[in-house]
Design a protein around this ligand. Structure first.
Ligand code: HEM
Length: 482
């Protein structure tokens, strides 16, 4: 039987097609409270889009442990082979707005929320193992250059390449972004990475440094710049549609999760700072070790409720997993939860998509839009004499030593070129040609010669052929100073 239409306060609606007017012609009466509520709620349908990673799509699935790594971490969701943990994933582009095209050249977000028995564990990564910058203090400036120019409201290649050419640590990620991998064919056909270094600690309190790699089981496939540009016009939601259709058809995409594991003491002697997120750890030094498998098998029932309101944070950690001193990661520990309080509200973790599967017991109360029973009459402070929830000392973060002076200190490794050059030299001649063409196309809009010259010097220092070919593509010679 068709249900009765109701107002938001549950009363039956008498007429949903004609507003109440004085006489046949009107004017409209303010006493049509259903009309007022309908118009007013519509005005409030949008929450602010994510300041970065605004355009995306998501899916539900599960993670299954395939290898026993309990010698390295006490995290309960990894405690035995065969254990399954439900999860939600959101894929995204970074710079574009909510309605922008999926096939733009941009890193892809790869954010996984694992609903574990010890609370939510979020791995908020990208499809690239490195990042453009390595200190959070540079992030707002960097993103300003990726977004629209405040005066023209256009993308500004001068700003993009000015910032990059003055931030040589970006070269490695620029090389990945401009390579064939810069535009994945679909979200199903790309790897994911935790990118940062994290710390795992086992039941005996012994820790190791780790890096996460999600390996696509669909194989890596990319789009040519030409096809991507065409799709951006004909089907800007190409990646959302692909994921949705694959899952609807029962063709469930999957990824293998692997880790690289570094003994704690190696961090003091490795040939570069292993916490520097602009660099990868050699897989010869620290080979990939399998952990488990992720399968995506259910589409969201409602985009806004699940995808738009999902709040992922690198600070959502569980016992057995901690952060590293990576200066970019440290800043992210503030940025995400702060964005969530602003974008979704202080009680965002009570929403069904963000709510842990375990009971939440704490002393937080009240706040706008608290949809729970708000703790009822239970104890709302600690310490207390009434059996309220108590801290559990065994679940503290692993302790660590610190040294030196408190100061604004840069990373001490200034080798921006070796890994970018190594990556260039790994590419086939066709892949190198594509890389150079993509860079030339992206730099064509730069109107200030010093910016172009400064950037070409970086390419040249990574590999003379790399710099020479980009310069030739732009119709200039490699600048003198190199
Ligand atoms: C989203 C900040 C670096 C991956 C976001 C959001 C903020 C943010 C504020 C929006 C969150 C929201 O509204 O829900 C930062 C800052 C960074 C940084 C300050 C550096 C200091 C990174 C890095 C990665 C990354 C290095 C990947 C390794 C993501 C992803 C999302 C995101 C995947 C989208 C999450 C989702 O799907 O909801 N970032 N970010 N970010 N960031 Fe970052």
């Amino acid at each position: 039987m068709t249900k009765k239409l109701t107002t938001s306060w549950g009363a039956p609606v008498g007429d949903n097609q004609n507003s109440i007017t004085a006489g046949r012609r009107g004017p409209t009466l303010i006493q049509d409270v259903h009309l007022l509520e309908k118009l007013a709620h519509f005005n409030r349908e949008r929450v602010p889009e994510r300041v970065v990673h605004a355009k995306g799509g998501g899916a539900h699935g599960y993670f299954e442990v395939t290898n026993d790594l309990t010698q390295y971490t006490k995290a309960a969701f990894l405690s035995e082979v065969g254990k399954k943990t439900p999860l939600f994933i959101r894929f995204s582009t970074v710079a574009g707005e909510l309605g922008s095209a999926d096939t733009l050249r941009d890193p892809r977000g790869f954010a996984v929320k694992l609903y574990t028995e010890e609370g939510n564990y979020d791995i908020v990564g990208n499809n690239t193992p490195v990042f453009f910058i390595r200190d959070a203090i540079k992030f707002p400036d960097f993103i300003h250059t990726q977004k629209r120019d405040p005066k023209t409201h256009l993308k500004n290649p001068n700003a993009v390449w000015d910032f990059w050419s003055l931030s040589p640590e970006a070269l490695h990620q620029i090389t990945i972004l401009m390579s064939d991998r810069g535009i994945p064919a679909t979200w199903r056909h790309m790897h994911g990475f935790g990118s940062h270094t994290f710390k795992w600690t086992n039941a005996e309190g012994k820790s190791v440094w780790i890096k996460y790699h999600w390996k696509t089981e669909q194989g890596v496939k990319n789009l040519s710049s030409e096809l991507a540009a065409e799709l951006a016009g004909t089907n800007p939601d190409y990646h959302i549609e692909d994921l949705h259709n694959a899952i609807e058809a029962g063709d469930y995409p999957s990824w293998k999760l692997c880790v690289q594991i570094m003994p704690l003491e190696d961090a003091n002697t490795y040939r570069f700072d292993p916490f520097d997120v602009t660099k990868v750890w050699s897989q010869k030094d620290y080979p990939l070790i399998e952990v488990g498998r992720m399968v995506l098998n259910k589409n969201p029932e409602n985009y806004f409720a699940e995808v738009e309101q999902a709040t992922f944070s690198p600070g959502n950690l569980v016992p057995g997993v901690d952060v590293s001193p990576d200066k970019l990661l440290q800043g992210r520990l503030f940025a995400y939860a702060d964005a969530h309080r602003y974008r979704v509200g202080a009680n965002h973790n009570h929403l069904p998509i963000n709510r842990p599967v375990v009971e939440v017991n704490n002393h937080q109360r009240d706040g706008q839009m608290n949809p729970t029973s708000n703790g009822g009459g239970s104890v709302y402070y600690e310490p207390n004499s009434f059996g309220g929830p108590y801290e559990s000392k065994q679940d503290q973060q692993a302790t660590f030593e610190v040294e030196g002076y408190a100061a604004s200190t840069p990373y001490d490794n200034d080798d921006f070129y070796t890994q970018a050059g190594d990556l260039y030299r790994l590419l086939s001649s066709e892949e190198r040609a594509n890389l150079v063409n993509n860079i030339v196309a992206a730099m064509k809009g730069v109107t200030i010669p010093e910016i172009v010259e400064r950037q070409i010097q970086h390419f040249y220092k990574a590999d003379p052929e790399y710099g020479t070919l980009v310069a030739a593509g732009l119709g200039i010679n490699v600048p003198e100073e190199v």
